[in-house]
Every structure is written in C-alpha cells, then in structure tokens.
Design a protein around this ligand. Sequence first.
Ligand code: WQD
Length: 346
Amino acid sequence: MATILVSGGCGYIGSHTLVDLLENGFDVISIDDLSRSSEYALAGIEKITGKKVKNYKVDLKNFDETLAVFQENDSIAGIIHFAAYKAVGESVEEPLLYYENNLFSLINLLKCAAEFDVPHFVFSSSCTVYGNPASIPVTESTPMQPAESPYGATKQMGETIVRDMFSNNGGAAILLRYFNPVGAHPSALIGETPLGKPQNLVPAITQTAIGKLPTMKVFGNDYPTRDGSCIRDYIHVCDIAHAHTLALQYLQANKYTENCEVFNLGTGNGITVLEAIRMFEEVSGRSLAYSMGARRPGDVMAIYANNEKAVQQLGWSIRYDLKEMMRTAWNWELAIKETEEKVKNN
Ligand code: WQD
C-alpha cells in the first residue's frame, strides 16, 4: 500500500496527524531527528491506534541520509512536512538557525520528492504569513504583510518554494495555514511538550495551573479589543490533524484545480487571552495565577480565520470547541504530572 512520509512525526501536530492518517487507513513512516521532540510520542500513537510507526532519526539538512529513507521506501505516495523550528522569539535571536534549519530541510525533502516522483506534498504553514492583517477575518487571498519574525519569513519563503516546485512538475501541493493549534488528543496519550519555558499561551496556562510555573503574564491588556487583550483563533490540534488527512485525500482524488492550493485552518472564532483563561478556569476548576504585563513585541492585536474554503472544498468541519481545547490541554498536563511522579517514585 502506498506510504505517506510525515516529517516531524514525533512533534506536536505531526504525532496527532499520524494518528489521524492511521485511523483513515494510510500506511505511514516518520522522519524526525528528535532534536525538539521525543520517540515517546510513538508509544502514545501505538497505544491509540494499535499500530507501530517507524521513525527514521534523520536530520533533513543531511541530503544523503534523507535520500536513503526514500531509497528504503520506494512507494512513497505523499509527503506531509512538519519538521521545522517554530519559536517566534528564538527566531529573532537566532535568524540563521531558522533559515538554515527550516529552508534546508524543506529543499532537501523537495529534491528527494522530485528524484522519486512523489506526486503529493502538504506543507505546514501558519497564519503568521499574514503578519498584521489589514482586515479580519483573513481569507486565503488576504495579502501577506512583511513577516514579523524570521520564523514567519521561513513560512512565507517555504510557501514560495513549494509553489514554484509544484507549478510545473506534474504533481500537486497544498499549503495549510494553521492559526493557533492547542489542546491534545482526548486519550491524553499524546500532546504538546514544549521544551523549556513555554512561549505559547495554552501550555503557559496549564503549566502555571499545575504548579510548574509560579505565575504567568498576560502580555498586554490595553489593546483596542473587547477586553484589552489580544485576539487569536485557537484551533484544536485534532481538527488540524484531520485537515491533513482530508488534504491528502483531496489530492489523491484529483479534486484540485491548481497545482498549489492554500487553506486556512482556523475555527473562524476570535477569542481574547482573558476569555481563554476564563474558559480554562471553568474547565479545570482552578483559579489561574496570572498578572497583566507589557505587550509582547511582534504580537498582532487580532487575527482569526475565514475557514470557508477548507470547509467547502476539503469537507473539513470543526469538532472541538474552546471548552474541549482547554479540557484536553489540562488532561494532558495532568497526565504528564502523573507520569513524572511514577518515574520519580520508581
Ligand atoms: C497567543 C496570545 C500572546 C503567552 C505563535 C506563532 C504561530 C504558531 C502559534 C506555530 C498572544 C498571549 C502568550 C503568555 C500571553 N506557531 N500570551 N502570555 O504568538 O499567536 O502564534 O504560536 O505553529 O505561527 O506565531 O501564539 O500562544 O504565543 O500567543 O499573554 O505567557 O497569547 O501575547 O496574544 P501566537 P502564542
């Protein structure tokens, strides 16, 4: 059976997508150098699906090692490319680390795809390509603004590289622009495992609530929004994952009208930071220790998606609401604590 190669399969969105692909009958392999992830995710995937996933511990910046994976798996029917660094702040401090890692990895993967005539490619992009949008909600034709960070620039450049690659090689690609992926698989067997102090809102909330962090800051409550805090489009990671399965099926069914199509993956609902915190408190029954802080450089005031194109063309639907996003994120944090305590006591 044709195999789907998932790069970054041990990461947050990659692991959830492997589960969804397996549950929809695909054969999969993963390439993940484990520099920012762990093979622990593969154990969770096996518990959820009953299936083992082979991960090649390969640095995609090494072309020969990457090519060897294709030589060993000659029936790769599609690629989903997640593997990339994604910390906005780190990218500002170390731009070359981001340009080298995110772009060299992508280019090597595309060179292998060309050598082995892999017809379908799904690229993990981000709403960050819109920068600070002139109007919201954003549609796929909302003009890109200059990237707010080198991380965002690698996503914009990555889209251009994929588009140029598939414009005349007979294959087809899809660019998926995620808004803010949050939450965890309902089983609490896989989830987000930020390295070090969490930069993103939801892991900062759950780690504060569980006591790993003494408190957290709300970055700005003086924005011209309904409660002064920033607005984002939080979307459950399982809804993001399923969109990748639908994107592959769309490509394999030849439903595409252009060789490179773009889809926004958001709920279409703009939620403020304070509303997200309040929902977490309602779901967890915990009162969160937070304080108001200064605005974070690079933050946009508000962004959320018009997701009609993905809904109508991919047949995508949103299955998890904000309550479920917070509940699954909290259950995952509780599961991590339980595992850490078991390890400590053994
Ligand atoms: C959300 C809101 C913060 C932490 C980035 C990338 C995007 C995607 C998701 C990869 C903002 C506020 C946060 C905290 C806070 N990355 N916040 N206190 O910046 O919207 O998006 O991560 O896929 O591409 O750009 O996400 O979760 O960092 O912030 O007040 O401790 O929460 O100011 O308003 P962001 P985020």
